[in-house]
Design a protein around this ligand. Sequence first.
Ligand code: PAF
Length: 282
Amino acid sequence: MEIIKEISKMKEISKLWKRKGYKISFVPTMGFLHEAHLALVRKAKELGDKTVVSIFVNPLQFGPKEDFREYPRDLERDLTLLEREKVDVVFIPETEEMYPSDFQTYVEVTKLTTGLCGAFRPGHFKGVTTVVLKLFNIINPDIAIFGEKDYQQLQVIKQMVKDLNLDIEIVAHPTVRENDGLAMSSRNIYLSTEERKSATVLYKALLLAKELINKGERDSQNLKNKLEEFIHSFPYTKVQYIEFVDPLTLEPVKKIEKPVLCALAVFVGKARLIDNMLINLE
Ligand code: PAF
């Protein structure tokens, strides 16, 4: 496994691979890897001839009051895990090389980013699309894998790829969960033992939404009220949003008549956790 820091070196290797006709698959990450990242890596290995994983905690996608500084980092452990997966290249650029002092170009998907997390994290998706496009340009992958836990991010990236005519296949990977249903996330490390117990409420709330819809509830406001009450019955929780949206446009749905995405953002202690579920009508 090769560890590359310089953008020019990464571009060189990728060009060489392309000349040899290799299919490059790519998994972008912010490090502090867990089983869900490794599942994406395994998928990438299955789909491509050469696999690149990037580790870069992207300052552009954090708001001024968010956890950029505290975001968990453990490069040594990450590299051990990736070596075990037989990744070909780990790309770890320096912030100064990604964003030199005269950096001034951004890419923004406008509509899909207005609701859900976008409503509470201004500039977040602009930071995500800008860094992901830069990584795509540097690595030049044929395939890139994203997890469905960050459902809005996945849709936003797909839209960017479509709008900007990028020749990259975006592959969605299902959310990987702990045994008790909690979606795996690097931010779960922020949870105390007691908060960790409460954190299972996100998945339980999604299952409750599914059950209520299957029993005939079609009014999303009624569903939101019931879910909010349920979530707040668990200690340390504070709902940021509960939304029922169209799975493609992410527009809010008032009356549920076709498959709907239920998406949640909940603070458990200081950890802001998100989760979602696509609910089909039975
Ligand atoms: O999902 C993430 O970890 C990040 O948003 C990504 C895609 C690596 C961009 O920084």
